[in-house]
Ligand binder design. Sequence first.
Ligand SMILES: [Zn+2]
Length: 266
Amino acid sequence: MTANDTMTRIEHVNCGWLHKPPLPPASCHCLMVLSGNSAVLIDTGIGMHDIVAPEQRIGSAAVDAAGFKFLPEVTAIRQLESRGMSASSVTDIVLTHCDSDHVGGLSDFPNARVHLASEEKVNLDAGNPRYTPRQFSHGPNWRTYSENNCEVLGLPSRRINTTFDLDIRLVPLFGHTNGHCGVAIHHNGAWIIHVGDAYYLRDELTNEDHPISGLATLRADNNKLRKESLEKLRQLTRRTDVDLTYFGYHDISELPDTITMYEDLA
Ligand SMILES: [Zn+2]
């Protein structure tokens, strides 16, 4: 454990809800890494600008297809403000990928450095229609990473540079999008891995034929790679010799019990 580990705390937060029946409600499970008055965010959920102008930012077809809910109180910026912080507290944002439900909060933190895999930035710049350019029109301060230069529990990874002296890595789990990554953080002697959308529901790790895999296949930039990434996670999470916490972005069962569920807010 480094001295910095003891000064840093990691909070699991939900920064947006999606609900399109008959699919179950889905979360936007982000992390706030907090130290003093500074914060690093892992993914950003639905942001204030999305709430003000959803059709312009996301498009009404996409809003309806995914069942976006627009609730100011769950945005990352409002949740940080409730902790006495502000937009300028966020020095760095690490993105799993650039889908609209993950990047909506970016423009609430226009001064943050935004870290992601080079492959994902190339995918965005190439105009992949899954992305919504208006969510990036403020001009994020991008930092891209292309080289696998270290490993996390046997998986190739890319160490990223934030203002925090904390070991944070992008872990390529390509397929959902061309540059989709998990984000691993070494904290208090153990690894935490946010797997992003490498699975939608945790049950996919144990059920090879989960009904949600139809949607996952439909949404994948590269379904072969998506399945390979999911298989890597299956193997990793079966290991009993490692101290690992993992979770995805959308499975509400992986949120802390303290978070109010969407149905209660309606
Ligand atoms: Zn997603």
